[in-house]
Design a protein around this ligand. Structure first.
Ligand SMILES: Cc1ncc(COP(=O)(O)O)c(C=O)c1O
Length: 370
């Protein structure tokens, strides 16, 4: 048998250029395995909901057993229910394996090697990874930051769009910084012309804002949402896109036909969607805990940024080892959080006792530094 190293070299030469430079996904997702290996750890690294889903989901999953041997239809009840909520034709909804899948399909619909894509920095690292895989030219527009909040620089974002721009990406509320883009500004970005991917994975936690009018007013917008956060279904991998009919027809061609969403995910998401009271309670609980956590962090002298999501960004740049150093310290206290670029440590908002554990750990850190 040839040596593994020689095989690796031969395969690398055959692979597309991006395969040689892309960082490893296993490394990127190491926090998931870390938390999985020791269930006693407090898991605040991936913006999941730390509470279980609505009890109605249990029954829906049991019912999925009866159809487990059959491929799901293309127009399942979930798609119709979402179409009704957005008051759009069901053709203007696409379901996918988490919103990640339809975000990736949107990239592949519009972007080839060398094409420009405009997005903010910092934002969700997955955009960059997937765009690097396509060898896109990524035009990053820095967010502006004060002591208490990040914000979009909408003039700069609009100004970065050129004739070569194939797609603009806006994440609102933005992961990991927590700031949201005002609807008027979203409308302004949509009017510039290129397709706009509007990733609203965390919009549930910004309850005053209704993004639905945007998909009625602009046919170049792909609005993506997920059941992974407020609906507590991250493990079932179900998300969706709403957008213009022609636009989504193109994106649909880049989803692998019939192969991503399971009947278990479809049933569970429909049951979760229909349990409005449970969803409302989750949102209320998380928003209240988030605001309590931010206030308490600031009392401790930690620079915590305003957040419209189910997470809080902390400036860890002054800590020894930056965000990675602070994440390692919190791990010693039994808490898994997410170190990110630009000195940001992202902490998912958990249950009261989980957030109290974060505060206790950071109190100890502050004490040790004195
Ligand atoms: C900004 C953003 N968009 C999309 C997603 C995708 O979530 P999912 O694929 O679970 O729907 C995430 C998940 O963390 C996210 O942070």
């Amino acid at each position: 048998m040839k040596s593994e190293a020689r095989t690796g070299e031969r395969l690398e030469a055959l692979a597309v250029p991006a395969a040689r430079v892309l960082p490893s996904s296993a490394e990127y997702l190491a926090h998931l395995d870390l938390a999985d290996a020791d269930r006693s750890l407090i898991r605040l690294a991936s913006n999941e909901n730390t509470e279980p889903p609505s009890p109605r989901v249990r029954k829906a999953l049991q019912d999925a057993y009866d159809v487990a041997n059959l491929s799901p239809p293309t127009m399942p009840p979930l798609r119709l229910a979402l179409a009704e909520r957005y008051a759009v034709d069901p053709g203007r909804i696409l379901l996918s394996a988490g919103s990640t899948e339809v975000i990736d399909a949107t990239f592949r619909t519009f972007v080839r090697a060398g094409d420009e894509v405009v997005l903010a920095r910092p934002s969700w690292p997955v955009y960059r990874r997937r765009l690097e895989a396509l060898e896109a030219r990524i035009v990053e527009v820095p967010l502006v930051v004060t002591d208490t909040a990040y914000a979009y620089d909408v003039d700069a974002l609009v100004g970065a769009v050129t004739r070569r721009t194939k797609l603009v990406v806006v994440c609102t509320p933005n992961n990991p910084t927590g700031n949201a883009m005002r609807n008027e500004d979203v409308q302004r970005v949509a009017r510039v012309g290129p397709p706009l991917l509007l990733d609203a994975a965390y919009a549930d936690f910004d309850p005053g804002v209704d993004l639905r009018p945007i998909v009625h007013e602009h046919d170049n917008v792909v609005l993506t949402r997920t059941f992974s956060k407020a609906y507590c279904l991250a493990g079932l991998r179900i998300g969706y896109a709403v957008g213009g009919l022609s636009l989504l027809d193109l994106v649909d061609r880049f989803l692998v036909p019939g192969s991503s969403v399971s009947s278990a995910g479809l049933n569970a998401a429909l049951a979760a969607l229909e349990d409005d009271a449970y969803h409302r309670r989750q949102v209320k609980r998380i928003v209240a805990e988030r605001d309590r956590l931010i206030a308490a962090l600031r009392t401790l002298g930690v620079r915590a940024y305003d957040s419209c999501g189910n997470f809080v960004a902390i400036d860890a740049s002054a800590h020894e080892g930056g965000s990675h150093g602070l994440a390692a310290t919190l791990l010693e206290h039994g808490i898994v959080v997410r170190p990110l670029a630009d000195g940001i440590l992202r902490v998912t908002v958990g249950r009261e006792r989980e957030n109290d554990a974060v505060l206790a750990a950071l109190t100890a850190v502050a004490g040790a530094a004195r």
